[in-house]
Design a protein around this ligand. Structure first.
Ligand SMILES: [Zn+2]
Ligand SMILES: [Zn+2]
Length: 614
């Protein structure tokens, strides 16, 4: 188990990388002021992959100026400038900033003094350059390793992030502990740009966003729909092995449901506004509210009503209700992005109703299910985050339903289940859902970005009498409240497919690929043979298609490569005469000739076993 507090630590003082990046920010600002004298400065902090600095420039800068700025930075580093600290009273600090002609920094200094009660402010000098800064830095610029930084991009940024303020020019740079790590990180970033789902998704006909439908409400194109169906099929099969049953529920419900589940008022901000059904009143024609409906923000309450639809005995438990269910959340417009943040999504949802004694083994089973999926998809870079309540939180009473003892005991159960699963996890205090502790699965994308891809929650509160009052009859003949595990290992289609597009760079394994086999006749003469193969393959449920274009074979191959189709069958006179195919696979150089019969057998086996090629 890793302690999150340790990991985050007090970066400012311990981390040599933080010092390095901080120092480089000063070096870059010095170089920028050299070529743009008279410019003023905003902030210049270290960030996750390097640093940036904000300027109000006397003359614009573009990426074409990067080589010159980098050259000057190297020169400054060679001079071996020494970083020297000086602490000034607020008054002298303001005087100094006035002399330097730095109104933004002066504004910040005043704020530090007035709002945070700082009595002195530190300045660092290296060579001719002075900055108001907390430090720490390297001692001398020559400690900065050769080739460890690279200017990256320019962006506009409002002073203090406020759009009413002046727009500044922000220069970003990468910086790492050595040249090798830098080159690696830059490569990852560039690969990531190529794999961005917002670029590849529409390009591979997976999804599109249409303003007439609405932002955050993606339309799934035929290729994307195949991927959804394959994931649903995978989930159905794996859940079936684990004893789940499928259910189907409507997209909306009356408001009473959400009051009893606790989504109203807890969750109201993120729900779509209500649909109010009215009727003309009899005398004055006044509108009378007959009913109020909400689009569902979660599937849970619907499933809970299925649980409550008949008397349940302990012999019926665990009951595992599963549904790829649609939910709607009114996320802020600014937060919407491609498939990652949307307003309508389809979730790999299930609710497991069980007794106290079954909680741990059911939870472990869910974690094992995660492992199976990750194994099939080749996902290796992940960890679990166990989110717990914060018993010290003064607002705890509003934030968490149920009593502290119940929280403590469920948290223990989940922690024990996680230890037993053997999966890597960290603990995060105060991050729990309002109804119980949860496990978030954190995946690292190819670009190094961390995403929460799925969540499992143990819920002891919602089934109680003050909420949805779910009961089963125990061996003692009395009524008891079940525990509920909310789980969604494959997250939502939207978020998971965004992740998979980037994970595979659009080159999906055959079982998941929208088009699995494309048949390329060398000329029109062989079109008929190609069509015969297509027909045969589709009879075996292989997603095959013939390229009917009037193009040369080289062009057809290139076209198939841009769509990252896993298998190409090239067919000409020789193949037609012998009843064979020439097989070319995406990402592989060699071609292989085989009888059509053995090809069908091999490809069907590959699809059935959901094999990965790499
Ligand atoms: Zn600094
Ligand atoms: Zn749920």
């Amino acid at each position: 188990m890793i302690d999150l507090a340790d990991e985050l630590g007090d970066k400012s003082n311990q981390d040599p990388l933080y010092r390095l990046r901080h120092s480089l920010a000063h070096v870059m600002a010095q170089a920028v002021l050299d070529i743009r004298p008279g410019s003023t400065r905003g902030f210049g902090p270290p960030i996750d992959d390097g640093f940036y600095y904000d300027f109000v420039l006397t003359e614009p800068i573009s990426a074409e100026d990067f080589p010159e700025i980098e050259r000057r930075m190297k020169h400054i580093i060679k001079q071996n400038q020494v970083f020297e600290r000086e602490d000034l009273s607020v008054e002298s600090a303001l005087e100094r900033l006035r002399e330097m002609g730095e109104p933004y920094k002066a504004e910040y200094a005043r704020e530090l003094a007035e709002n945070h009660g700082l009595e002195s402010l530190s300045f660092y000098t290296n060579g001719p350059f002075i900055d108001m800064c907390e430090g720490p830095h390297v001692e001398k610029t020559r400690e900065i390793p050769k080739g460890c930084f690279k200017l990256r991009s320019i962006a506009g940024a409002y002073w203090r992030g406020d759009e009413r303020n002046e727009m500044m020019t922000r220069i970003y740079a990468w910086a790492y502990e050595d040249k090798e790590t830098l080159v690696d990180a830059v490569h990852r970033y560039e690969e990531g740009l190529k794999r961005d789902h917002k670029k590849l998704g529409p390009q591979l006909d997976i999804y599109t966003i249409d303003p007439q439908i609405g932002t955050g409400l993606p339309l799934w194109l035929p290729n994307g729909t195949v991927i959804r169906q394959e994931l649903e099929k995978l989930a159905r099969e794996e859940e079936f092995k684990d004893g789940y049953v499928n259910v189907a529920t409507p997209h909306l419900a009356r408001q009473e449901l959400y009051y009893s589940s606790g989504h109203l008022p807890y969750y109201q901000d993120t729900m779509y506004p209500p649909m109010v059904v009215t009727e003309k009143g009899n005398s004055e024609g006044e509108e009378i509210v007959k009913d109020t409906y909400y689009l569902k923000p979660m599937n849970c309450p619907h499933h809970h009503r299925i649980f409550a639809s008949r008397t349940r005995s302990y012999r019926d438990l665990p009951l595992r209700l599963s549904e790829y269910g649609h939910v709607y959340r009114f996320e802020e417009t600014g937060a919407l992005s491609g498939l990652l943040r949307v307003r309508g999504m389809c979730m790999n949802d299930a609710h497991i109703y069980c007794t106290h004694d079954q909680v741990k083994s059911e939870f472990v089973k869910v974690m094992r299910l995660h492992e199976r999926y990750y194994d099939i998809l080749g996902i290796t870079d992940y960890y679990m985050r166990l989110s717990l309540s914060d018993p010290e939180d003064p607002k705890g009473k509003e934030k968490y339903v149920g009593d502290p003892e119940a929280w403590a005991s469920t948290e223990t159960m989940v922690r024990e289940a996680m230890v037993e699963s053997g999966l890597p996890f960290v603990e995060a205090i105060g991050e729990a859902a309002f109804y119980g502790p949860k496990i978030d699965v954190q995946l690292r994308t190819v670009t190094g970005r961390e995403e929460t891809i799925s969540t499992n929650q143990l819920d002891f509160a919602v089934p109680r009498e003050d909420r949805m009052d779910l009961v089963y009859v125990g061996p003692d003949g009395k009524e008891h409240h079940p525990f509920v595990i909310h789980r969604a290992p494959l997250g939502t289609h939207e978020r998971f497919i965004a992740f998979l597009i980037e994970h595979f760079g659009g080159a999906f394994p055959t079982w998941l690929a929208p088009i699995q086999v494309r048949i390329l006749p060398i000329s029109d003469k062989h079109l008929e043979y190609g069509e015969k193969l297509e027909h045969e393959l589709r009879r075996s449920f292989v997603r095959a298609e013939v390229d009917r274009a009037d193009e040369k074979i080289g062009k057809k191959i290139r076209e198939a490569l841009t769509h990252k189709i896993p298998v190409l069958l090239v067919v000409g006179q020789k193949e037609e005469d012998e009843g064979t195919v020439t097989v070319r696979r995406y990402g592989e150089e060699k071609q292989e000739s085989m009888s059509f019969g053995s090809f069908v057998e091999a490809v069907c086996e590959e699809i059935k076993t959901r094999a990965r090629r790499s």
